[in-house]
Design a protein around this ligand. Structure first.
Ligand code: ADP
Ligand code: MG
Length: 241
């Protein structure tokens, strides 16, 4: 569903990604770990062309998205749902309107259709009862679940998560992870950057360790956490867990 091949990215003189190869099969949850600055966010951002790769290819459902001309990027981005650390909800709009907006503007759905889909997705993240609330009335965990519902409402083929729980108080993390687990059970294809190692153990099909712009090691959660091979991964795991 998602294939990254020979991806390189430089900012000026600095090469941040050095030939990344990574595949996510349909319905797989692939988890990305690695030290700060190793290029995790840059890699995710290349997957919807928020960053322009310096070289290499990215395919989504067989389409080479690295070739798409700028005028067609918006349409491509609809296929790639992205959830960040900050929730970026529109503060002046209700939860329901937040989840409806892009459906109407970008997918040209009717208001009725968008509303029905929004309520369905809010139900999926356990927040249908908050449809009429304003974002500021919700906890951080609830806001992040609305952001997930908003992305899902556009029927993406892949969901990318960049540290979705890092900004949350510890007691709110679980509700967001639970939603992500539910998505996996429904067969969503997901690439997740996160430090929630326990979640990776429970929910990831594969774990990828990035270090200094490379995929340094990858394997099942059992392999990565139970029998790490490289010294750098061992050191990283001893620091985070
Ligand atoms: P991670 O998400 O693993 O912490 P990032 O992908 O955010 O790593 O960053 C990787 C490296 O790229 C860092 O050294 C960061 O400073 C650099 N970097 C990221 N974005 C930019 C940018 N827009 N301009 C210059 N350097 C950047
Ligand atoms: Mg990052």
């Amino acid at each position: 569903m998602l294939e990254i091949a020979g991806l390189e990215k430089s900012f000026g003189e600095v090469q941040v990604l050095k030939s990344i190869d990574l595949k996510v099969q349909e319905g797989e949850l692939v988890f990305v770990i690695g030290p700060s600055g190793s290029g995790k966010s840059t890699m995710l951002r290349c997957c919807n062309r928020l960053e322009e790769p310096t070289s290499g290819s990215i395919f989504i459902d067989g389409q080479r998205i690295t070739d798409i001309p700028h005028r067609d990027l918006d349409r491509m981005r609809l296929k790639v749902g992205m959830v960040f650390q900050g929730f970026n909800l529109y503060p002046q709009m209700s939860v329901l309107k937040n989840v409806m907006l892009a459906q109407v503007k970008a997918l040209k759905r009717s208001k009725a259709e968008a509303e029905a889909r929004a309520l369905e997705m809010l139900d999926q993240v356990g927040l249908k009862h908050k449809a009429g609330a304003m974002p500021a009335e919700l906890s951080g965990g609830q806001q992040q679940r609305v952001a997930i519902a908003r992305a899902l409402a556009l029927d993406p083929q892949v969901m990318l998560f960049d540290e979705p729980t890092s900004a949350l108080d510890p007691e709110l993390v679980g509700s967001v992870l639970k939603v992500m687990k539910g998505l996996r059970e429904k067969g969503m294809t997901m690439l997740v950057v996160s430090h929630e190692m326990q979640f990776a153990r429970e929910a990831a099909d594969r774990v990828v360790f990035m270090d200094q712009g490379y995929v340094a090691e990858q394997g099942t959660p059992e392999e990565i956490f139970g029998a790490p091979k490289s010294e750098r991964l061992k050191t990283f795991l001893s620091r985070v867990s």
